[in-house]
Design a protein around this ligand. Structure first.
Ligand SMILES: [Fe+2]
Length: 160
């Protein structure tokens, strides 16, 4: 098994909110897993890739659900635009996953690079803005006693 990574966590990716940082680290792990499954032997690579992809899509749903719950709870002013980015990305991912599973798109590696670039850009721009807002609230003592309930696996994100 090839263990090369196409992305590694860097402290500069932190948005200073541990709950979200932990999930971003997992997204990076999953991106590397997808990359590794692309690099495996040709015979089994497609099945392995699709299995890892299903897990990644579920996790993305869980992660976006977490961020959206947080944004709702703190009445984040950028909620609508941020959620729209999530929704558009999920649509794109599901479409590509479908194309890959049907063999319409023969380029899983291209998809993995797209995934990596999207995640890093989204963290650097939209999630960083959210992080700054949350850090301010935390400094003012407004983040205490906020608990969230997020579904572990969002059914609507499962691909068949
Ligand atoms: Fe986000």
């Amino acid at each position: 098994m090839i263990s090369d990574k196409i992305v590694s966590w860097h402290t500069s990716y932190s948005i200073s909110i541990p709950l979200i940082d932990t999930q971003h680290k997992e997204l990076i792990n999953l991106t590397n897993k997808l990359y590794q499954s692309c690099m495996e032997g040709r015979d089994k690579s497609r099945d392995v890739f699709m299995e890892v992809l299903r897990g990644a899509v579920d996790y993305v749903g869980y992660h976006f659900g977490t961020e959206e719950k947080v944004m709702e709870r703190v009445s984040y002013p950028g909620y609508g635009a941020h959620k729209k980015e999530h929704t558009n990305f999920v649509k794109e991912v599901l479409k590509t996953a479908d194309d890959l599973s049907k063999g319409i798109n023969p380029n899983p590696l291209g998809f993995v690079y797209y995934l990596r670039d999207w995640v890093l850009t989204h963290i650097a721009v939209s999630d960083t803005l959210l992080g700054q807002y949350l850090v301010k609230l935390r400094q003012q003592g407004h983040l205490q006693n906020i608990t969230l309930r997020v579904k572990q696996v969002a059914d609507r994100f499962i691909i068949g």
